[in-house]
Ligand binder design. Structure first.
Ligand SMILES: Cc1cc2nc3c(=O)[nH]c(=O)nc-3n(C[C@H](O)[C@H](O)[C@H](O)COP(=O)(O)OP(=O)(O)OC[C@H]3O[C@@H](n4cnc5c(N)ncnc54)[C@H](O)[C@@H]3O)c2cc1C
Length: 510
């Protein structure tokens, strides 16, 4: 066996934030016993430490790791999330929820939303209600209720879909203990230099400030915004999307929890960005994401503090970023996962999902010493496309607005959006057509919730639906809405569910 054939022996993960420890936890479960996984992190540098809202795909990740869900919720002060409430996005005073899960169910080959649009267009508002009335996660979120879905597909409760809000620091700690128990070796220290192989340009080793050298065959760059390996050492360029997503800073602050424990994230649009509110068991996470070209830092932090419902528990912390991604996420023997690869603002809580997607695809295309370029190209194709699709969905929230109360909203409302989004909007605008691209994260149900929530009513609907007797569909809609409403009302409150199954043992304040 030559040096360029045979299995890898040493995987080195650079960085111990959410990306690093998720990668370590997943790899430690699949690599053979004679392959080492080493994680290098620097307490002196620290982690981003935000990233508290997730989407339902995290349940799959937890399942693969064999994590007991109640234990996970207790250990990370987590709460359940049924969707995101958007306030003041289409215009000031508006309010809608983008729920997880599905709206109604398809009938005779027609998407449910086509049925609902015909009913609503007929003026039968009493029967049609809002489209959210046909989504169990949406109705339960409005009522502040939660229950786990059941497996029986004939039960409405099987359609509930959920994710979590959790404390990012506790989550990294939780994954660290799983990883170390599975054999991952953690090295504490600051990386001062990266050594590249003079023949093939691959990374041979990283050297710490104290002189220790850590060699590896595969390097996973989880070094955060620094992008120490992929960006700095391998010089893979960054593609900025700031012209579409101008928000480039955030202030974050935890606060005491007041009032009900809502089972959803709240995103409130502001004059030059938006504020998040993420309820955890022990506190609320808050942040203001804004465009520094449209709002100064003092004004931004005041907006955040003025909007708090409880008392601040720490000084506000500022984070800076640029929306975009590297031109390639796998180069040579280095794969970037997490912020080292790219960043999209947390409006739809997609960063942790993109970490998970990077890990899953790395495992599916795991290299040997030959580092087959076809596998690398496939990884890049899949991941870059996913980033681009998520980007379009995030841009939609800004662009589909009638707000004209600030230069920021004038810019995003009138800007030219990516061609892929323009096409999607055109298909929707006429007859409400929506198609899910291969590998696309967001389903038509998500697009429908946001498009209608942002006030983008299509001109018409599928003409073939005329073959379905209107009286039958009215009866079906009325029945469905009734069953969903009753199912949601019968669920325990979010607080009661947590108290009964997964209340955190110790209440920490920050
Ligand atoms: C304002 C904001 C809000 C967010 N909200 C959400 C959200 O709600 N949901 C969501 O899914 N995502 C969210 N994210 C994204 C989420 O925070 C990140 O995707 C996640 O934390 C992963 O970060 P990371 O591990 O890639 O980087 P980091 O947390 O920055 O970790 C980098 C690691 O690299 C190490 N490191 C760096 N340089 C060196 C060096 N020289 N030597 C040794 N070690 C080094 C650091 O010590 C650290 O351990 C948010 C991000 C921001 C900025």
């Amino acid at each position: 066996m030559t040096a360029s054939t045979g299995p890898l022996r040493r995987v080195v993960i650079v960085g111990g934030g959410t990306a690093g420890w998720m990668t370590a936890a997943a790899l430690s479960r699949v690599v053979p016993a004679d392959m080492t996984v080493t994680l290098v992190e620097s307490e002196e540098i620290g982690t981003v430490g935000v990233g508290e809202a997730t989407i339902p795909s995290l349940l799959d990740f937890n399942r693969i790791l064999g994590i007991d869900e109640d234990d996970f919720v207790r250990s990370t002060q987590a709460t359940f999330k049924l969707g995101i409430q958007f306030r003041d996005w289409a215009q000031i005073g508006d309010d809608y929820i983008h729920p997880f899960g599905t709206h109604g169910r398809d009938v005779a080959g027609f998407s449910f939303h086509q049925l609902w649009l015909r009913e609503a267009a007929g003026g039968n508002v009493a029967a049609s209600g809002q489209i959210g009335d046909y989504c169990l996660s949406h109705v339960a979120a409005r009522l502040g209720r939660f229950n786990r879905p059941v497996a029986d597909p004939s039960a409405v409760l099987s359609t509930l879909s959920y994710a979590f809000h959790f404390d990012a620091g506790l989550y990294a700690g939780f994954l660290r203990s799983l990883s170390e128990a599975a054999g991952v070796v953690r090295v504490e220290g600051r990386i001062a230099s990266v050594a590249r192989n003079p023949e093939n340009g691959h990374i041979d080793a990283v050297t710490l400030a104290d002189g220790r050298r850590i060699e590896g065959d595969l390097f996973v760059d989880c070094s955060g915004f620094r992008s120490l390996l992929l960006g700095d050492a391998l010089d893979v360029p960054f593609t900025s999307w700031q012209h579409w997503l101008p928000c480039d800073r955030a202030w974050a602050v935890p606060s005491t929890r007041e009032g009900r424990l809502t089972p959803y994230t709240r995103a409130t649009a502001e004059r030059a960005g938006w504020r998040w509110r993420i309820p955890l068991q022990h506190r609320v996470g808050n942040g203001h994401v804004y465009s520094s070209a449209h709002c100064d830092d003092d004004m931004a932090v005041r907006t955040l503090l003025d909007g708090l419902e409880g008392e601040p528990l720490a000084d506000p912390r500022q984070l800076r970023f640029v929306a975009g991604r590297r031109a390639r996420l796998w180069e040579g023997n280095c794969v970037a996962i997490g912020l080292a690869g790219g960043f999209l603002e947390p409006l739809e809580s997609t960063s942790i999902h993109l970490i998970q997607s990077g890990i899953t695809r790395l495992i599916a295309l795991f290299p040997d010493r030959s580092f087959n370029p076809v596998e690398r190209a496939e990884y890049n194709r899949l991941l870059l496309r996913e980033y681009d699709q998520v980007r379009d969905f995030v841009i939609l929230h800004y662009h589909a607005t009638t707000r004209s109360d600030s230069p920021f909203w004038d810019h995003v409302r009138t800007m030219t959006v990516p061609a892929s989004l323009t096409e999607k909007l055109a298909l929707w605008a006429d007859k409400a057509r929506l198609f899910r691209e291969p590998g696309e994260l967001f389903t038509p149900d998500s697009w429908i919730a946001v498009l209608l929530g942002q006030g983008r009513r299509p001109a018409s609907f599928d003409p073939l639906i005329a073959g379905l007797p209107p009286a039958d569909s009215t009866r079906f809609l009325t029945h469905l809405r009734d069953v969903i409403g009753k199912t949601a009302a019968a669920m325990p409150t979010h607080e009661d569910f947590i108290a009964r199954h997964c209340a955190a043992r110790t209440l920490q304040t920050v």
